[in-house]
Each structure stands twice: as C-alpha cells, then as structure tokens.
Design a protein around this ligand. Structure first.
Ligand code: NAD
Length: 496
C-alpha cells in the first residue's frame, strides 16, 4: 500500500484545555488506537473530578466579560474560526479518519457539516434578537430578550469526533455562554485540534474549555451547580438513564440525542438504481456507525419478481464495496472503531442466524485492500426474512448490517416502523407524492427522508429525534440551539 499522509505522526499525551492553558491531567492515561492499522496514535487522560471542576470554574470566571462582549464581536471571532477551519480542512479530515477509521470523503463531509454550524452561528446578532410590544397596558411596554445563562457541558460520542460538538458549541458561545467540551475518549484528537484552532481564533481564556475523559467528567458536569445545561449525543441507555434523568434531578436544561434503528420503506414504484445507490451510503457509509444509518429495509408489495430483483441488485452492489484504510481514496468502507464493536456486529450476525433470518451476504467473509490487520474490519452483511420484532430487526447494531423485511402495503410498513422504539431517521423511496405524504404524516420520526438515505438536517434546521432517540424539548443546530442556550427574560416597563 502506498504511504498515506497521516497528520498524526508522533504519539503525544493529550492535554486538557482549561482557562486558555494546555494543562496536563493527573488522571489515568489510555491509548488511542487507529482501527485500520492498530497502531497507537495518541494517549488520552481520563481526567479527574478536580479537573472538570477547574474547567467549570474557568468557564464561570470568563462568563461575565464574555456575556458583555457584543454579539457582533463574538461573531467576529467565529468568523476567524471559520477561516481557520477552511485552512485546516484537509488536516482535520485526515485526523478524523486516522482516529475513527471512516473514509476520507466521509471525514470531509463531516468537516463541512461542522463548518456550516459555525457559519450559521455567525448570524447571532440577528438570531438572538428579542421582541417588543408597545402599550401592553396603558403606558406600559413589554419585551422579551434572550439572555445567556453561564457554563454549558457538551458531551460527544465516538462516531463523529469533529462535527458533533460543533452542533452545540458555536451557538453556546455565540449567545454569550461558555463551554466545557468532553470528547469521546475513543477519538479525542479531533476536538484537541479544534481547541487549538479556537485558541488561534482568539476566544478569550475560559470561553471554550475541553476536558478529556469518561464517566468521572460526565458525572462532574451533571453534579456541578455551575453547569446550566448539557448537550449530550450518544447511546440511549446513557442519554436517557444517566444524562436526562440526572439533569431532571438537578434542574439543568438538557438536549439528549440518542440511539437509533432506522427503517427505509421501499415502494415498488421507486427509482430503483437511485434508491439502491442511496441505500449503499446509508447502510454501509461510516461502516454503519451513524445515528442516521439505515438498518432495516421494508420492501412493500406482494410482487415477488420486484422483491427478488431488488434484493439481488442490493447484494451485488454491496458485495462490490471496497474495504480498507479510509485514507486510501479508493476505499469505500473503513473499519469499525474498535475490536469490541466488531465483536458486537459478529454477535448480531449469530443472533440473526439463530432467529431464522437468511444471511444472503456474509460480512465475515471479505477482502481487505492493502496489508492491514483485520482486527476491526468487517464487510457488509445482508439478511432477508427478518422478523420485525426480532432482536436483529429491532435493536441498534451500529454496524454494516442490512435487515430486509416485507410488508404487504404502505400501512403495514409504517406500522412495522412505528412499532420500533426508536424514531430518529426513517425514509421512504417512491415516485408517488401521495405515498410520500402519507408516510411523512404517519411515521413517528424526528427526521424523515423522502428519497433520501441519510436524513441529516443542515445546520439551519434542528437535528431532531423522537421516542427513544431523543430526550428533551429543543434540539441542537440553528434557531433551536440559540433558544436552548438562552433564557427568555421578560421586561415590563412603566415610567411615572
Ligand atoms: P455512548 O453513550 O457510549 O457515549 C457517549 C458519551 O457518553 C461519551 O462521551 C462517553 O464517554 C460518555 N459515557 C459513556 N457511558 C457513560 C456513563 N455510563 N456515564 C456517563 N457518561 C458515559 O455512545 P457512543 O458509543 O460514543 O456513540 C454511539 C451512540 O451514539 C449510538 O447509540 C448512536 O446512535 C448515538 N448517536 C446519536 C446521534 C443522534 O443525533 N441521535 C448522533 C450520533 C450518535
């Protein structure tokens, strides 16, 4: 394999970024391993309670001056950051691939989506305006103005190491708050690099803090009286049972974006080739490690000929996917993030077989491009005859496994979809406007796709979710994020 340009060249022990200083942690140090090469690329601290406390204190200390900084001046710093993100676009993308494993084009997409949130947050001078009514009673005026609250905690998952904190941070700081980011300790390099760029952009010390680690840091945020709110993106058990519950107990506002099991309804009138192309990126892109990855395809109708032809084409396309190191531009699917995630996929393949589903493409049997250890790699798997309520058909696998089901009509497809506890990103593929509207109206899903495989809202729309996929009221991104990071202060004024 040709030598690929890996931006992380030496193994550094990462530091926390607190109050504008790079601070060595006293916590345990663990290895960060590139899942394609199995080489250690960094060491990350699992920070202590004292360290998260210090970061919250730094955020709290910076808050009064930052709040007084005009929205225009705050926005100018975001413009600086946007320039730096563009200049470092390729490096940031390559870091994502090196630490996560995704293909370089997927990382470039992630970098772009992150930048878009900075661009939207630059509009804070108008996005943050309030509203006023004259003479609500005789001689009395009343207005509502959004005001920042203080320090927010931002907790990220492993699957989008660069972009996901950017769903929150630009809006939090644009509105005059300060933040403490806790990246996933599995992929900490991306946020470390982002903090370096934030420092270069000129944000005052204490506005943007980052503490590496795991539960101790999260618990430190949840318990800290000076943390006003939390945005969390991760699995449902953690988001619902830890984050949402504890924020309720301690009175913090919260956005908890959680797990998923996304269904694609395939109508017999769909544009077949376009549909299959969209399915490939949705099921197998990011190696299935997307909260908006499709997991189940429900093929509608009793036409066996359509069903058989459709499945044959899907299997053919999926079996052609090139697997290897994501920095190789010709590769279409990288590894899973670590060995445990590969084992999880292998377990679900066994579960599917035990449940009587038919494995028509076996991801355990695959060809790897280049001379690489296969510890974290797996190929695309496709099951047919999957029962809707089975474990294979209903639990989140978070890997490249497609489960195919059949439904006699659209109503049955929607019923099967809605019976699943998750509601993150369900889609329909059809050329009928009537069927599309019926689906969009009746499906219970925060993000709905009509001939779209990955229903990821752009930065000026909220990133939604329903049922077990989301806990909270407002969402990250766009106007809802501005609303989440501000409180409505209502002023009623009379002059004697
Ligand atoms: P995870 O829940 O294991 O971890 C998320 C974060 O919580 C990490 O920072 C982790 O350190 C921390 N954490 C883990 N266990 C904890 C505990 N017991 N107490 C306190 N903190 C804890 O999730 P993950 O494996 O990193 O990410 C994958 C999950 O995220 C999938 O379920 C996926 O669907 C979901 N996800 C959802 C969205 C969305 O927008 N809905 C987006 C991306 C990923």
């Amino acid at each position: 394999m040709a030598v690929l340009d890996e931006p992380i060249k030496e193994v550094r022990t990462l530091k926390n970024y607190i109050g504008g200083e790079w601070v060595e942690s006293k916590g345990e140090i663990v290895d960060v391993v590139n899942p394609a090469t199995m080489k250690t690329i960094a060491k990350v601290p699992i920070s202590t309670k004292e360290e998260i406390d210090a970061a919250v204190q730094a955020g709290q200390a910076a808050f009064p001056d930052w709040r007084r900084t005009t929205p225009l001046a705050r926005s100018r710093l975001l413009f600086n950051l946007k320039e730096l993100l563009e200049e470092n676009f390729e490096k940031a993308s390559r870091i994502q691939t090196q630490e996560h494993g995704k293909c370089i084009d997927e990382s470039r997409g992630e970098s772009r989506r992150g930048i878009e949130n900075v661009e939207v947050a630059c509009g804070v001078p108008t996005l943050m305006q309030g509203y006023i009514s004259e003479d609500v009673a005789s001689g009395i005026d009343e207005w509502c103005m959004p005001t920042p609250l203080g320090v927010f905690g931002v907790i990220g998952p492993f699957n989008f190491p660069w972009m996901i904190p950017l769903w929150s941070v630009p809006y939090a700081i644009a509105t005059g708050n300060t933040v403490v980011v806790k990246p996933s300790s599995e992929v900490p390099n991306s946020q470390s690099f982002l903090c370096e760029l934030a420092e270069e952009a000129g944000f005052p010390p204490g506005v943007w803090n980052m503490v590496h680690g795991g539960r101790t840091v999260v618990n430190g945020m949840l318990d800290h009286p000076d943390i006003q709110g939390i945005t969390f993106v991760g699995s449902t058990p953690v988001g619902r049972d830890v984050i949402y519950r504890r924020c309720g107990e301690t009175g913090k506002r919260v956005i908890a974006q959680c797990g998923a099991k996304n269904f694609m309804t395939i109508m017999p009138d769909c544009a077949i080739d376009n549909t299959i192309a969209a399915m490939m990126t949705s099921f197998f892109g990011n190696t299935g490690q997307r909260c908006l990855a499709a997991a189940n395809a429900v093929i509608v109708g009793e036409d066996d000929k359509f069903y058989e032809e459709f499945v044959a084409k899907v299997v053919e396309k999926a079996s052609q996917i090139k697997i290897g190191y994501g920095l190789d531009e010709s590769v279409q699917m990288g590894p899973l993030r670590d060995k445990a995630k590969k084992q999880n996929v292998l377990n679900y393949i066994d579960i599917g077989l035990q449940e009587g589903a038919e494995l028509v493409l076996d991801g355990r049997d695959f060809t790897l491009q280049g001379d690489l250890p296969d510890d974290c790699f797996v190929g695309p798997s496709i099951f047919t005859n999957v029962r809707p309520g089975s474990r294979l058909g209903s639990e989140e696998i978070f890997g490249p496994v497609m489960s195919i089901m059949r439904a006699k009509d659209l109503d049955e497809a929607i019923r099967i979809t809605n019976e699943n506890p998750f509601g993150n990103g369900h889609s329909i593929f059809t050329q009928s406007g009537k069927a599309a509207r019926y689906f969009q109206y009746n499906v219970v899903s925060g993000n709905v796709g009509i001939n779209i495989g990955i229903t990821a809202p752009v930065a000026f729309f909220p990133f939604s979710g329903m049922k077990d996929s989301f806990f909270g009221v407002l969402h990250t991104q766009g106007k809802e994020a501005i609303r989440f990071f501000t409180e409505s202060k209502v002023v009623i004024q009379r002059w004697f």
